[in-house]
Design a protein. Structure first.
Length: 292
């Protein structure tokens, strides 16, 4: 039996709203009203037969099914962007470097710094593609993949540009209530579902047990950040994703707690592209931004 696909406008509204955790920001990106976003989300929910968002503390979080759905359709939208940039590049003879990167890294770290890359290298267009944990270049239309891992990725060129240090964070209202590690244990812990061991390792290091701790789990750091901003609990997030959020007092670093994990961040590319000038330029730039 052939299933009818959801309307493209409804999918676009969902993908944007899920990425921003906001109907308002999605409406601004798509240049439509917030009411139109709500209507498209309702159309998609009716088509899929399950709710996509739940409101918590006047904010939005994805339902568990919707989080999985977003993870699967987001790369498809990015692939469309890539294909469009590629064909435009062929027509306009642009130099395009396709960078596949996890959503949290692109949203909270790479994209805010792209203006400086464009200023230094106006002849190169960076095409940012949202990715998952896949690093198979035969299945990913990219020149560079940026990933984190606790060991090097086999069969690829690995350029390590940063080690991972986590900060314990919460929104200002919740942070004021936390005076010691026992207060953290009494709070809801926002966990990274793909790496639950990080919190447990830290808890063991400070003598906390998880017998009575309540967890809320998400798969991406950008969702953990949004959940923490809305006061849903405390969580560990890589420090380099938090600079502006802490500076603007959207989140606070709790009790100066830091935890260095065994993960590092790598720029990956195929060995056949070792002599690529664009890749070399990008690697040099990104390592400079980390040092800065």
């Amino acid at each position: 039996m052939e299933y009818k696909l959801p309307a493209l406008n409804a999918l676009k509204a969902f993908e944007s709203a899920a990425r921003y955790s906001s109907f308002t920001k999605a409406a601004q990106e798509l240049n439509i009203t917030q009411g139109a976003i709500s209507k498209q989300i309702k159309i998609l929910e009716d088509n899929l037969k399950f709710p996509l968002f739940k409101r918590v503390h006047q904010g939005l979080v994805l339902t568990k099914k919707a989080e999985e759905y977003y993870k699967n359709i987001h790369p498809a939208f990015e692939s469309i962007k890539v294909a469009t940039h590629l064909i435009r590049g062929k027509v306009n003879h642009e130099k395009i470097l396709n960078v596949n990167i996890l959503p949290s890294l692109s949203t909270h770290w790479l994209i805010p710094q792209l203006a400086s890359f464009k200023e230094k290298h106006p002849d190169i267009t960076l095409n940012i593609i949202g990715g998952n944990n896949n690093v198979d270049f035969s299945k990913i239309n990219a020149d560079i993949i940026i990933r984190s891992g606790n060991k090097k990725f086999l069969g690829l060129e690995n350029i390590k540009f940063m080690d991972e240090e986590m900060l314990m964070i919460a929104n200002p209202n919740l942070a004021k209530k936390i005076k010691n590690t026992e207060d953290i244990a009494r709070s809801i812990i926002i966990n990274h579902s793909s790496r639950p061991h990080v919190l447990k390792e830290w808890m063991n290091s400070v003598g906390l047990t998880d017998e009575k701790i309540k967890y809320l789990s998400f798969e991406h750091f950008f969702i953990i950040i949004e959940a923490a901003k809305k006061g849903l609990g405390v969580g560990f997030v890589p420090s380099f994703l938090l600079d502006d959020l802490i500076k603007n007092d959207e989140l606070r670093h709790i009790l100066s707690i830091k935890y260095k994990t065994d993960f590092s961040y790598y720029i990956l590319y195929q060995k056949k592209n070792r002599k690529s000038e664009m890749i070399e330029v990008f690697c040099r730039w990104i390592k400079g931004k980390v040092k800065a």
